[in-house]
Ligand binder design. Sequence first.
Ligand code: SF4
Length: 297
Amino acid sequence: MNGEPKNLMNAMPHAEEATVREAVAAGLLPGRLWLYSNYHCNLACSYCLTESGPGVPRREMPAAQMISAATEAAALGFTGLGVTGGEPFLLPHLPDTLAHMSELLPVIALSNGTVFGDHRRERLRQLADRRVTLQLSLDSADPAVNDRARGPGNFRAVVDAIPRLVELGVHVRIASTGDVADPSNPEATEAAARLCALHRSLGVPDDDHITRPVVSRGRGLDITGAVAADTDNLEPELTLTVDGAFWSPFGPTVRGGRLDTDLRVTETVSPLTVPALALLHIVEERRTGTDTTLGIR
Ligand code: SF4
Protein backbone atom coordinates (compact mmCIF):
# COMPACT_ATOMS: atom_id res chain seq x y z
CA MET A 1 0.00 0.00 0.00
CA ASN A 2 1.41 3.40 -0.84
CA GLY A 3 0.59 6.48 1.21
CA GLU A 4 -1.69 8.29 -1.24
CA PRO A 5 -5.02 6.51 -0.66
CA LYS A 6 -4.46 6.77 3.08
CA ASN A 7 -3.90 10.52 2.82
CA LEU A 8 -7.04 10.92 0.75
CA MET A 9 -9.02 8.98 3.33
CA ASN A 10 -7.64 11.18 6.10
CA ALA A 11 -8.52 14.30 4.15
CA MET A 12 -12.17 13.26 3.70
CA PRO A 13 -13.34 13.68 7.32
CA HIS A 14 -11.57 17.04 7.50
CA ALA A 15 -13.41 18.23 4.38
CA GLU A 16 -16.73 17.06 5.83
CA GLU A 17 -16.04 18.78 9.12
CA ALA A 18 -15.14 21.99 7.30
CA THR A 19 -18.39 21.83 5.29
CA VAL A 20 -20.47 21.50 8.47
CA ARG A 21 -18.52 24.23 10.22
CA GLU A 22 -19.04 26.61 7.29
CA ALA A 23 -22.77 25.79 7.08
CA VAL A 24 -23.25 26.56 10.77
CA ALA A 25 -21.19 29.75 10.55
CA ALA A 26 -23.23 30.87 7.52
CA GLY A 27 -26.53 30.13 9.28
CA LEU A 28 -27.52 27.44 6.77
CA LEU A 29 -27.68 25.07 9.71
CA PRO A 30 -29.00 26.61 12.94
CA GLY A 31 -26.36 26.52 15.67
CA ARG A 32 -28.23 24.55 18.29
CA LEU A 33 -27.99 20.76 18.48
CA TRP A 34 -30.93 19.09 20.24
CA LEU A 35 -30.73 15.83 22.14
CA TYR A 36 -33.72 13.74 23.21
CA SER A 37 -32.57 12.36 26.54
CA ASN A 38 -35.62 10.13 27.14
CA TYR A 39 -39.32 9.76 26.38
CA HIS A 40 -40.90 8.89 29.73
CA CYS A 41 -42.52 11.53 31.92
CA ASN A 42 -44.31 11.84 35.24
CA LEU A 43 -47.14 13.72 33.44
CA ALA A 44 -49.29 12.86 30.40
CA CYS A 45 -50.30 16.24 28.95
CA SER A 46 -53.21 16.37 26.52
CA TYR A 47 -51.10 18.04 23.79
CA CYS A 48 -47.85 16.10 24.32
CA LEU A 49 -45.91 15.67 21.07
CA THR A 50 -44.29 12.46 22.21
CA GLU A 51 -47.26 10.77 23.93
CA SER A 52 -45.08 10.74 27.01
CA GLY A 53 -46.24 9.37 30.33
CA PRO A 54 -45.02 7.21 33.18
CA GLY A 55 -45.29 3.84 31.41
CA VAL A 56 -44.07 4.53 27.87
CA PRO A 57 -40.86 3.10 26.35
CA ARG A 58 -38.04 5.24 27.71
CA ARG A 59 -35.83 5.50 24.59
CA GLU A 60 -33.05 6.78 26.83
CA MET A 61 -29.89 8.32 25.41
CA PRO A 62 -26.95 7.35 27.65
CA ALA A 63 -25.08 10.19 29.37
CA ALA A 64 -21.85 9.24 27.59
CA GLN A 65 -23.58 9.59 24.20
CA MET A 66 -24.95 13.01 25.17
CA ILE A 67 -21.51 14.23 26.19
CA SER A 68 -19.89 12.75 23.11
CA ALA A 69 -22.41 14.50 20.81
CA ALA A 70 -21.88 17.77 22.70
CA THR A 71 -18.12 17.43 22.29
CA GLU A 72 -18.47 16.87 18.55
CA ALA A 73 -20.92 19.77 18.25
CA ALA A 74 -18.49 22.16 19.92
CA ALA A 75 -15.70 21.01 17.60
CA LEU A 76 -17.94 21.55 14.55
CA GLY A 77 -18.80 25.12 15.51
CA PHE A 78 -22.31 24.60 16.86
CA THR A 79 -23.16 27.38 19.29
CA GLY A 80 -25.59 25.76 21.71
CA LEU A 81 -27.19 22.57 22.94
CA GLY A 82 -30.77 21.71 23.83
CA VAL A 83 -31.99 18.77 25.92
CA THR A 84 -35.60 17.65 25.77
CA GLY A 85 -37.83 14.61 26.26
CA GLY A 86 -40.04 13.28 27.94
CA GLU A 87 -39.05 14.75 31.27
CA PRO A 88 -35.25 14.89 31.20
CA PHE A 89 -34.91 15.41 34.95
CA LEU A 90 -36.30 11.94 35.66
CA LEU A 91 -32.81 10.77 34.69
CA PRO A 92 -30.65 10.81 37.83
CA HIS A 93 -27.48 11.67 35.90
CA LEU A 94 -28.93 14.77 34.24
CA PRO A 95 -27.63 17.54 36.57
CA ASP A 96 -24.07 16.17 36.30
CA THR A 97 -24.42 15.70 32.54
CA LEU A 98 -25.71 19.26 32.04
CA ALA A 99 -22.84 20.62 34.12
CA HIS A 100 -20.40 18.70 31.94
CA MET A 101 -22.07 19.77 28.68
CA SER A 102 -22.10 23.43 29.76
CA GLU A 103 -18.31 23.39 29.80
CA LEU A 104 -18.51 22.73 26.06
CA LEU A 105 -21.43 24.94 24.96
CA PRO A 106 -24.40 26.81 26.49
CA VAL A 107 -27.26 24.39 27.19
CA ILE A 108 -31.00 24.79 27.49
CA ALA A 109 -32.89 21.94 29.19
CA LEU A 110 -36.66 21.66 28.95
CA SER A 111 -38.68 20.46 31.93
CA ASN A 112 -42.27 20.40 33.10
CA GLY A 113 -41.05 21.96 36.35
CA THR A 114 -42.92 19.54 38.63
CA VAL A 115 -40.05 17.29 39.65
CA PHE A 116 -37.91 19.66 41.70
CA GLY A 117 -38.39 18.50 45.26
CA ASP A 118 -35.73 19.20 47.89
CA HIS A 119 -33.36 16.40 46.84
CA ARG A 120 -33.39 17.08 43.10
CA ARG A 121 -33.21 20.83 43.65
CA GLU A 122 -30.12 20.41 45.79
CA ARG A 123 -28.47 18.56 42.91
CA LEU A 124 -29.27 21.52 40.63
CA ARG A 125 -27.21 23.83 42.81
CA GLN A 126 -24.17 22.88 40.70
CA LEU A 127 -25.86 24.51 37.67
CA ALA A 128 -26.00 27.96 39.27
CA ASP A 129 -24.00 30.54 37.34
CA ARG A 130 -23.17 28.01 34.62
CA ARG A 131 -24.16 28.27 30.95
CA VAL A 132 -27.36 26.32 31.66
CA THR A 133 -30.94 27.51 31.25
CA LEU A 134 -33.91 25.54 32.56
CA GLN A 135 -37.00 26.13 30.45
CA LEU A 136 -40.06 25.27 32.52
CA SER A 137 -43.64 24.91 31.31
CA LEU A 138 -46.37 27.17 32.69
CA ASP A 139 -49.39 27.74 30.48
CA SER A 140 -51.69 29.99 32.50
CA ALA A 141 -51.97 32.10 35.64
CA ASP A 142 -55.26 30.32 36.24
CA PRO A 143 -54.52 26.98 37.98
CA ALA A 144 -57.63 25.32 36.52
CA VAL A 145 -56.71 26.31 32.95
CA ASN A 146 -53.09 25.23 33.39
CA ASP A 147 -53.98 21.90 34.98
CA ARG A 148 -56.70 21.06 32.43
CA ALA A 149 -54.02 20.20 29.87
CA ARG A 150 -51.20 19.17 32.18
CA GLY A 151 -52.86 17.42 35.12
CA PRO A 152 -54.02 18.24 38.65
CA GLY A 153 -51.53 19.87 41.02
CA ASN A 154 -49.17 20.81 38.19
CA PHE A 155 -49.65 24.57 38.54
CA ARG A 156 -48.87 24.57 42.27
CA ALA A 157 -45.72 22.43 41.81
CA VAL A 158 -44.31 24.70 39.07
CA VAL A 159 -45.14 27.94 40.83
CA ASP A 160 -43.47 26.62 43.99
CA ALA A 161 -40.36 25.46 42.13
CA ILE A 162 -39.61 28.55 40.03
CA PRO A 163 -38.64 31.03 42.79
CA ARG A 164 -36.62 28.36 44.60
CA LEU A 165 -34.60 27.66 41.46
CA VAL A 166 -34.15 31.37 40.80
CA GLU A 167 -32.95 31.76 44.39
CA LEU A 168 -30.37 29.00 43.81
CA GLY A 169 -28.93 31.09 40.99
CA VAL A 170 -30.20 28.83 38.18
CA HIS A 171 -31.26 30.65 35.00
CA VAL A 172 -34.98 29.94 34.47
CA ARG A 173 -37.11 30.56 31.39
CA ILE A 174 -40.84 29.94 31.13
CA ALA A 175 -42.54 28.48 28.07
CA SER A 176 -46.30 28.76 27.72
CA THR A 177 -48.11 26.47 25.31
CA GLY A 178 -51.56 27.39 24.03
CA ASP A 179 -53.28 30.14 22.10
CA VAL A 180 -50.88 32.93 21.32
CA ALA A 181 -52.49 36.13 22.66
CA ASP A 182 -54.80 37.70 20.12
CA PRO A 183 -54.81 41.51 20.59
CA SER A 184 -58.39 41.66 19.29
CA ASN A 185 -59.62 39.32 22.03
CA PRO A 186 -59.84 41.22 25.37
CA GLU A 187 -60.27 38.02 27.40
CA ALA A 188 -57.13 36.43 25.92
CA THR A 189 -55.19 39.67 26.32
CA GLU A 190 -56.17 39.88 29.96
CA ALA A 191 -55.17 36.22 30.56
CA ALA A 192 -51.80 36.87 28.90
CA ALA A 193 -51.25 39.94 31.09
CA ARG A 194 -52.01 37.93 34.24
CA LEU A 195 -49.55 35.22 33.18
CA CYS A 196 -46.83 37.83 32.61
CA ALA A 197 -47.55 39.42 36.00
CA LEU A 198 -47.22 35.96 37.57
CA HIS A 199 -43.87 35.07 35.98
CA ARG A 200 -42.46 38.48 36.91
CA SER A 201 -43.58 37.94 40.51
CA LEU A 202 -41.74 34.59 40.47
CA GLY A 203 -38.49 36.27 39.42
CA VAL A 204 -38.60 35.56 35.68
CA PRO A 205 -38.36 38.68 33.47
CA ASP A 206 -40.22 39.24 30.19
CA ASP A 207 -37.15 38.35 28.11
CA ASP A 208 -37.26 34.86 29.61
CA HIS A 209 -40.89 34.14 28.72
CA ILE A 210 -41.82 32.53 25.42
CA THR A 211 -45.17 31.41 24.05
CA ARG A 212 -45.85 28.78 21.45
CA PRO A 213 -48.90 27.18 19.86
CA VAL A 214 -50.02 23.59 20.29
CA VAL A 215 -48.51 21.61 17.42
CA SER A 216 -50.53 18.97 15.63
CA ARG A 217 -48.23 16.03 16.15
CA GLY A 218 -48.44 13.34 18.82
CA ARG A 219 -51.41 13.94 21.11
CA GLY A 220 -51.61 17.44 19.62
CA LEU A 221 -53.30 15.89 16.56
CA ASP A 222 -56.46 15.62 18.69
CA ILE A 223 -56.42 19.30 19.71
CA THR A 224 -58.65 21.69 17.75
CA GLY A 225 -56.70 24.62 16.36
CA ALA A 226 -53.29 22.94 16.68
CA VAL A 227 -50.73 24.18 14.18
CA ALA A 228 -49.28 21.91 11.48
CA ALA A 229 -45.52 21.46 11.61
CA ASP A 230 -43.36 20.31 8.72
CA THR A 231 -40.19 21.28 6.89
CA ASP A 232 -41.90 24.42 5.55
CA ASN A 233 -42.42 25.97 8.96
CA LEU A 234 -39.90 24.27 11.24
CA GLU A 235 -36.32 25.42 11.41
CA PRO A 236 -33.84 22.69 10.45
CA GLU A 237 -32.40 22.25 13.94
CA LEU A 238 -30.43 19.02 14.03
CA THR A 239 -32.00 16.72 16.63
CA LEU A 240 -30.55 13.43 17.84
CA THR A 241 -32.45 10.57 19.45
CA VAL A 242 -31.61 6.93 20.07
CA ASP A 243 -33.72 6.27 16.94
CA GLY A 244 -31.77 8.52 14.61
CA ALA A 245 -31.40 12.17 13.61
CA PHE A 246 -34.35 14.44 12.80
CA TRP A 247 -35.08 17.76 11.07
CA SER A 248 -36.23 19.49 14.27
CA PRO A 249 -37.05 18.79 17.92
CA PHE A 250 -40.64 18.63 16.64
CA GLY A 251 -39.68 15.68 14.42
CA PRO A 252 -39.23 12.62 16.66
CA THR A 253 -42.84 12.63 17.85
CA VAL A 254 -44.96 9.61 18.75
CA ARG A 255 -48.47 8.76 17.61
CA GLY A 256 -50.35 5.61 18.55
CA GLY A 257 -47.24 4.37 20.34
CA ARG A 258 -45.14 4.52 17.15
CA LEU A 259 -42.29 6.90 16.46
CA ASP A 260 -42.99 9.29 13.56
CA THR A 261 -40.23 9.03 10.99
CA ASP A 262 -41.46 11.51 8.35
CA LEU A 263 -38.94 14.10 9.60
CA ARG A 264 -36.09 11.66 10.19
CA VAL A 265 -32.97 12.66 8.29
CA THR A 266 -30.89 9.53 8.89
CA GLU A 267 -30.67 6.68 11.36
CA THR A 268 -26.96 7.41 11.85
CA VAL A 269 -26.13 9.83 14.66
CA SER A 270 -22.38 9.34 14.99
CA PRO A 271 -20.03 10.76 13.87
CA LEU A 272 -22.03 13.98 14.00
CA THR A 273 -20.87 15.00 10.52
CA VAL A 274 -23.14 12.26 9.05
CA PRO A 275 -26.50 13.61 10.29
CA ALA A 276 -25.28 17.21 9.94
CA LEU A 277 -24.39 16.70 6.26
CA ALA A 278 -27.61 14.76 5.62
CA LEU A 279 -29.62 17.65 7.03
CA LEU A 280 -27.57 20.20 5.10
CA HIS A 281 -28.17 18.27 1.89
CA ILE A 282 -31.95 18.49 2.37
CA VAL A 283 -31.75 22.18 3.32
CA GLU A 284 -29.78 22.97 0.19
CA GLU A 285 -32.17 21.02 -2.02
CA ARG A 286 -35.19 22.98 -0.86
CA ARG A 287 -36.26 25.82 -3.06
CA THR A 288 -34.78 29.17 -2.10
CA GLY A 289 -37.17 31.63 -0.57
CA THR A 290 -38.90 29.08 1.64
CA ASP A 291 -39.42 30.61 5.04
CA THR A 292 -39.80 28.99 8.42
CA THR A 293 -42.34 30.31 10.85
CA LEU A 294 -42.41 27.93 13.80
CA GLY A 295 -39.24 28.63 15.77
CA ILE A 296 -40.92 27.30 18.83
CA ARG A 297 -38.42 26.07 21.37
S1 SF4 B 1 -45.74 17.74 27.24
FE1 SF4 B 1 -43.84 17.55 28.42
S2 SF4 B 1 -44.55 17.44 30.53
FE2 SF4 B 1 -46.31 16.97 29.27
S3 SF4 B 1 -46.32 14.72 29.06
FE3 SF4 B 1 -45.19 15.54 27.31
S4 SF4 B 1 -43.06 15.48 27.95
FE4 SF4 B 1 -44.31 15.32 29.82
